[in-house]
Design a protein around this ligand. Structure first.
Ligand code: HEC
Length: 209
């Protein structure tokens, strides 16, 4: 009987510790984070674009988290931007950090490729722009029409990637996804970059007491 009580108390303590470290502490830490003043909430169209991004598995090949140069110097060298901070994700629900980088990090793709025509053409067939690209094409996000109607967004695909006759026009989903790509621009200064403790680069002996 005594042992059963000890096991129950032990289990309760472990559960309490796990709740503190996995729920309470992160919550307290995150609630102190500021939303960067230059970060804009997504428009309805950009939110729809996020859904298309999720539905088409873009997140399996693309991350959205440039890392700190101290442990991943390559991220900055590739032009993926400053290391992201928690506040950058204030409007991301669910977040799309990603775990694989078969393709480049997209957290600042809107600053790197701000042309909607580029984004649409690349989506229709990445090889029309990047020779030998291994990214899948998404032609089902476009319509092949004889004559574009008024208001249709025409996408000019260079031969031999475009159709021989007729025109390619973007669907609402393709437009929303391209707008979402353009919205991925976190090049404003980070408000809460973790500060280095003073003298942290100096050997211990030289530090002020
Ligand atoms: C199988 C892996 C894979 C998937 C899935 C994938 N991509 Fe890519 N993506 C790549 C690779 C590889 C590149 C680099 C070559 C290129 O630009 O085409 C790339 C490049 C890009 C670029 C240009 C990046 C730059 O820095 O120039 C954009 C934008 C992009 N992808 C968006 C998307 C979107 C949106 C989706 C989902 C609809 C998607 N990708 C799905 C592999 C992938």
């Amino acid at each position: 009987m005594k042992r059963a009580l000890a096991i129950m108390v032990g289990a309760a303590l472990i559960l309490l510790l796990a709740t503190l470290t996995l729920v309470v502490m992160p919550y307290l830490q995150m609630s102190a984070e500021q939303v960067p003043p230059d970060l804009k909430p997504y428009t309805e169209q950009q939110q729809r674009g996020r859904q298309v991004y999720i539905a088409n598995g873009c997140v399996y090949c693309h991350s959205q988290q440039p890392r700190d140069p101290s442990f991943a110097p390559g991220d900055k060298d590739r032009g993926w931007g400053r290391p992201s901070v928690p506040g950058d994700y204030a409007y991301d629900e669910p977040h799309l950090l990603g775990t694989m980088r078969t393709g480049p990090d997209l957290f600042n793709i809107g600053a790197r490729q701000p042309s909607i025509d580029w984004q649409l053409m690349h989506l229709y067939n990445p090889r029309a722009i990047i020779k030998g690209s291994i990214m899948p094409s998404y032609p089902f996000l476009f319509r092949h029409v004889d004559e574009p109607a008024e208001g249709d967004k025409v996408v000019n695909i260079p031969p031999p990637y475009g159709p021989e006759t007729g025109t390619i026009v973007a669907t609402e989903d393709a437009l929303a996804l391209a707008e979402y790509m353009l919205a991925l621009d976190h090049t404003y200064p980070a408000p809460t970059l973790p500060k280095k403790p003073p003298n942290s680069d100096e050997p211990k002996e030289n530090r002020a007491p």
